[in-house]
Design a protein around this ligand. Structure first.
Ligand code: SAM
Ligand code: ZN
Length: 274
């Protein structure tokens, strides 16, 4: 499950400090361990920044979303997945958690984490380096052009990140599994109600993307009790952080209790390549 060259699509070989293809295109590995394979983009997409990465790491490390990681791991272990691509992997909490679950079940798995944000991949690479799991490949790239060969994966993980069904079909092997998570209507409702006068429900798409059949749809609905510090981290890791005026954001500080009970509501779509 080697990365491929973004210029000529040949396989990249990993050397200690860089990746090289047989035509001599080479890409330095950052000190933390990721490689930037993003070619010049027509429309610059940014992805999450370092502040969002830090907030996401703090919140996820606290275990609030453990039920989703458990559900994802259960499907991947049952399907004996061993070649995983985590697309829009963020700071790697799910990537490393899934690798751990597969390893604990005696499955020797390899994982490639793809994200458009170098800042966030630095966190992912550092996280993985602090474990004794098989070292993932971390590559900065867009979901529109994933630097993996055709049919090289048996599982694509796509959690709360942009979805590009044609690319997922291309990199998945026959009968490959797509595990995709989306926020449902009332996800984080109480947080939104605290910030906005008129909060809106999410409008999730819970059907299989083109080229896939939906095998199973799992709903995860539960409540979490979030103390003030983690509440700020939760706000800072959501897209609302960029869409909220400073006045509305200040309402978080005025929350009158030490903790807020917040609804978590995810859909996990388990799809098979057709
Ligand atoms: C909401 S975060 C989810 C991260 C991770 N899957 C998780 O659940 O913790 C969305 C991620 O998608 C990345 N992203 C946004 N646009 C992207 C694109 N066009 N290609 C690849 N990644 C992208 C962002 O940088 C961010 O890390
Ligand atoms: Zn090349």
């Amino acid at each position: 499950m080697n990365l491929i060259c973004p210029v000529c699509s040949r396989e990249l070989s990993a050397e200690p400090h860089r990746y090289v293809c047989s035509k001599g295109h080479c890409f330095d590995r950052a000190r933390s361990g990721y490689v930037n394979l993003l070619q010049r983009q027509r429309h610059r997409q940014r992805g999450d920044d370092a502040e969002m990465a830090k907030a996401r790491q703090r919140f996820l490390n606290a275990g609030y979303y453990q039920p989703l990681l458990d559900a994802v791991s259960r499907y991947a272990v049952d399907a004996k997945c061993s070649r995983i691509a985590d697309i829009g992997c963020g700071e790697g909490w799910y990537s490393c958690g899934l690798l751990q679950a597969l390893t604990d079940s005696g499955i020797h798995a390899e994982l490639t984490g793809i994200d458009i944000s170098p800042e966030i991949l630095r966190f992912a690479a550092v996280r993985a380096s602090q474990t004794d799991l098989p070292e993932p490949n971390w590559a900065v790239a867009s979901v529109n052009r994933i630097p993996l060969a055709d049919a090289s994966c048996d599982c694509v993980l796509n959690l709360f990140a942009p979805c590009e069904p044609a690319e997922f079909c291309r990199i998945l092997d026959r009968n490959g599994l797509l595990l995709r998570a989306v926020p449902l209507e009332r996800h984080l409702w109480e947080l939104k109600a605290l910030i906005y006068d008129t909060p809106y429900e999410n409008r999730p798409v819970c059907s299989a993307p083109d080229g896939f059949v939906l095998e199973h749809l799992e709903w995860l609905d539960y409540q979490i009790n979030v103390p003030q510090d983690d509440l700020h981290a939760l706000f800072a890791m959501t897209p609302y952080v960029h869409k909220t005026s400073p006045e509305d954001a200040a309402r978080l500080l005025r929350a009158d209790s030490d903790a807020l009970t917040v609804t978590v509501s995810f859909g996990l779509l388990c799809c098979r390549k057709q």
